[in-house]
Design a protein around this ligand. Structure first.
Ligand SMILES: [Zn+2]
Length: 287
C-alpha cells in the first residue's frame, strides 16, 4: 500500500471566541453603508483571520510533538536577532529547542529538521506547508468550506479599565477595544508544497495534541486567553474525503454517509499508521 499523495488538507476548527488583536481584517465598511454601530448584534460582518496566529499555534503544537519524541525542535526565532532578553533564548535552548537552523549542515541543502523543513526560514526558503488565512462570514450558506472558509461573527468587544483608587469612584481610566470572532467554525486549508509522508504524520499528531491540550494557556489560539478566548476544538478532516463529503462534515442536518464511515475506517487502519511511521523514522534519523 502506498499512501495517497496528499497535497491539500483541512483542519476543522471550532471555538466560541477568538481574539487575534488588531489583526482581524473585516469587511464592515462594505456592510455598514455608513451606519455602522460596532456593538449592534444585527451586524452581518465577515472578515479574515490572518495566517500568522494560526501558523504560530500549529507550529507550537508540532514543536511539542517533536519534543515528546525526545528530540529538540527548531527555535522559531533567529539566534542572532537582537532579543531584548537574551537569556530567554538560552533558556529555551535548554528546554527542548535547538538554535534555529543549527540542524542544517549546508544552508542551501535540503536537510534540517522536520520543523524547519515545514516552516522554512533561511535564504528565502519558504516553508513546505502553505498556511492560508481563513475567511469567515456570519452567513452560513455562503461559507465555502472547500476553500478553507468558516462561519463566524465579528464582534467589537469593549472593556473599561477602571481606577482602583476609592476616591475615583470606579471612573473609567480608559476604554480598550478588541476585535473578536464569536461562534467560529470552519475549515483551515493547508497545502504541502512538497509531499513527504512525515509531514502528514506530524500534522496528525500535532492536531491531536492541540485538541487534547486546548484549555492550556500555552496552546490556546490568539489573544485574550486569560479570558477564555482561543480554546479551539480541532481535528484533521479525513484527507480521503471528496469535496461533497468535506461539506457534509459541517452540515448539521446531515450525518456522515456509509462511504464516509468506510473512509474513516480506511484512514485509521491503513493510512494513518503509514504517516505516523514515516514521522517516527524521520525523527529517529535525528531530524
Ligand atoms: Zn531545526
Amino acid at each position: 500500500m502506498t499512501p495517497v499523495e496528499i497535497r491539500d488538507v483541512y483542519v476543522r476548527l471550532e471555538t466560541d471566541l477568538l481574539v487575534v488583536g488588531d489583526s482581524i481584517v473585516t469587511d464592515r465598511h462594505h456592510a455598514s453603508n455608513g451606519n455602522y454601530e460596532d456593538d449592534d448584534p444585527q451586524n452581518q460582518i465577515g472578515g479574515i483571520i490572518p495566517a500568522f496566529p494560526l501558523s504560530g499555534w500549529l507550529r507550537h503544537g508540532m514543536e511539542r510533538v517533536v519534543q515528546e519524541y525526545g528530540r529538540t525542535a527548531c527555535h522559531p526565532g533567529e539566534a542572532n536577532a537582537n532579543f531584548r532578553m537574551a537569556d530567554v533564548y538560552d533558556r529555551d535552548l535548554e528546554s527542548g529547542y535547538h538554535e534555529k537552523g543549527a540542524c542544517v549542515d549546508d544552508s542551501n541543502g535540503d536537510d534540517g529538521c522536520v520543523i524547519l523543513d515545514l516552516f522554512g526560514g533561511f535564504h528565502n526558503r519558504p516553508g513546505k506547508v502553505m498556511r492560508r488565512p481563513i475567511r469567515f462570514t456570519p452567513v452560513r450558506n455562503s461559507v465555502d468550506y472547500t476553500r478553507g472558509q468558516a462561519e463566524g461573527h465579528y464582534r467589537r468587544l469593549n472593556r473599561n479599565v477602571v481606577s482602583r483608587n476609592p476616591e475615583d469612584g470606579r471612573d473609567p481610566l480608559r476604554n480598550t477595544e478588541l476585535d473578536a470572532v464569536a461562534n467560529f467554525e470552519g475549515a483551515w486549508h493547508l497545502s504541502f508544497r512538497e509531499r513527504k509522508p512525515e509531514f502528514v504524520g506530524l500534522l496528525i499528531e500535532a492536531v491531536d495534541f492541540l485538541d487534547t491540550h486546548r484549555t492550556e494557556f500555552m496552546h490556546q489560539l490568539g489573544g485574550a486567553r486569560n479570558f477564555g478566548a482561543g480554546i479551539v476544538d480541532c481535528d484533521l478532516i479525513n484527507p480521503l474525503y471528496e469535496e461533497r463529503e468535506l461539506k457534509r462534515v459541517f452540515d448539521r442536518a446531515k450525518g456522515s454517509t456509509n462511504a464516509m464511515d468506510e473512509k474513516d475506517e480506511q484512514w485509521i487502519e491503513t493510512y494513518r499508521p503509514v504517516f505516523i511511521e514515516a514521522l517516527e523514522d524521520r525523527i529517529a534519523e535525528g531530524s
